[in-house]
Write a protein that binds this ligand. Structure first.
Ligand code: NI
Ligand code: MN
Length: 226
């Protein structure tokens, strides 16, 4: 499984046979300009953790050009179904076997309104199991004791955790989260995009190192193999 960081909280997961785009926010991200073009994205599925603009901005053009099925909570799925898109609604605690693998929709402590203020259901994250690998994509969330349940559902090969602070966990809480989920290999996301969430990369990596863990911070467009 190959995971590419497309800036902010946008990930492209490529399994042996499918590609899955998560939380596309590209055209609104100055830092992704010239590095990622939405015209180049042709995912089979688009997974959305919640309805905030910095997670859904580019869903519609990408879903239109690719015909991707949009997977999210019930309210977000219905929002896109009403606009004519293919959707698969889920809710917290539920799992589904998709053609590429299994997805479980997990708890997140956050909010989830659409940019116009309408209700976007409750925010979540995903456990994605494909190609015999398991990745936890936390979504925008605080540190929460619910994370203790994550390893009950199988050993993780990688966790993608927000580290930008202010709107989500910061680095110190992400280190604790890594303990709760029993996964020492972490890809950080949701940092540096705008002023509220700028972090010191070296200090962040050092905090993980000191705990015997590894924090990966990828350049926009770069990827890692799980
Ligand atoms: Ni958010
Ligand atoms: Mn966000």
């Amino acid at each position: 499984m190959k995971i590419s960081f497309l800036g902010h909280a946008t990930l492209l997961v490529e399994t042996a046979a499918h590609s899955i785009l998560i939380d596309p926010f590209i055209t609104g991200n100055e830092k992704a300009a010239g590095k990622v073009n939405i015209e180049d994205l042709n995912p089979d599925f688009i997974l959305l953790t919640h309805a905030h603009q910095d997670h859904i901005l580019d869903v519609e053009p990408i879903a239109k050009q690719s015909g991707a099925t949009i997977v999210s909570n019930y309210e977000i799925a219905m929002h896109y179904q009403a606009k004519g898109f293919e959707v698969h609604p889920m809710n917290h605690g539920g799992s589904w076997e998709f053609p590429f693998g299994k997805v479980k929709y997990t708890q997140a402590i956050h909010t989830s309104s659409f940019p116009d203020g309408t209700y976007g259901g409750q925010p979540g994250g995903f456990i994605l199991t494909a190609d015999n690998k398991r990745v936890y994509i936390a979504g925008d969330t605080a540190l929460t004791l619910d994370m203790k349940l994550i390893p009950e559902w199988g050993k993780l090969n990688l966790a993608v955790l927000p580290i930008g602070d202010n709107f989500t966990m910061g680095v110190s809480d992400a280190v604790i989260a890594s303990d709760l989920i029993k996964c020492n290999k972490v890809l950080g996301y949701h940092y540096d995009t705008f002023g509220y969430i700028e972090i010191d990369h070296q200090r962040a990596k050092a905090k993980f190192d000191a705990a015997g863990k590894k924090l990966h911070l990828l350049e926009i467009g770069a990827s890692l193999e799980v």
